[in-house]
Design a protein around this ligand. Sequence first.
Ligand code: AHR
Length: 330
Amino acid sequence: MRTFTPLRKIATLAATGVFALSLAACGASETPADGSSSAGAKLTVGFVAVGPEGGWRTANEENIKEAFKNADIELKYAPATNGDQNSQITAFTSFVDEDVDAIVLSATEATGWETSLKKAQEAEIPVVLLDRGIEPNDDSLYTSLIAPDNVGISAAAATWANARFPDGGNYVVLEGPPGLSVVNDRNKGWDATVESSLKKVGSQSANWSTEEAKSVFETMLKSKSNDIQLVFAQNDEMGLGAVQAVEEAGLTPGKDVKIITIDGTKNALTALSEGKLSFVAEYNPLFGEDAVAVVKKAVAGESVEKNIVVKSVTFDSPEAAKTALPERKY
Ligand code: AHR
């Protein structure tokens, strides 16, 4: 297990006699809420964020903000401008120039981060990736990636599809924006697992959007004379758009067309409880405490896991959704 140890931080901690705190790499930290890097000095962390994008993103970013606030760490929130990577790179560079103690990054694009990450590394500022990886995945350029397992989650969805369609059928994929690490990994897990008897008759990005997914799937249904039995929607909003398209076509979602989604928001679980969706895989967004624990360890010069997998569950029936809904946090 390789680690990134910011020597500047150790020198500071040693000088102030602050003892490195040992923390669980995942889950709530063992340390007091005090987020100081030394007696009195409060940690400052730059959050290069995606910004408003849908239910999952809102839950994720609110959870991260709350976790850092509870840890008494100053989190400087910098959402992207309309999903534009250039605005993220500008914010990232500003945080390095400000000499923050650490940066957490949820990237709007997988590629194009090498220069920025090297700049942070030269400044000995640890960078923790949240949710989204980078491509090519040079893991010497960042301290840790915290995310649920996209490959495993989409493989679980395909396993469910194989069981529900033992005699095969036609399916389409509604993808997130092209080039994102989560999109590539969700395709990877699905493609490696789905049986060949299930035939892909279409795939297209609907950019995480309900409205766009409705339009895209309406066109797909028309082009195949409604001969599509399954939709793999790579997030909840697109799956709910597919439900609307199925109903507009005079078909019954859950019966004529089964729809799989990823995220696990309340809207999706409600649709599953009503039989409109057929399978929902959670992509657990609530990892703010993990992010705080990793940042504290990195700043204290302690080693951290390079890849921290956030546990997620799946829901495969209306009954499972009804049972889960009262306890859901997003
Ligand atoms: O990166 C995670 C994805 O981004 C979620 O599945 C989607 O809803 C969000 O917009």
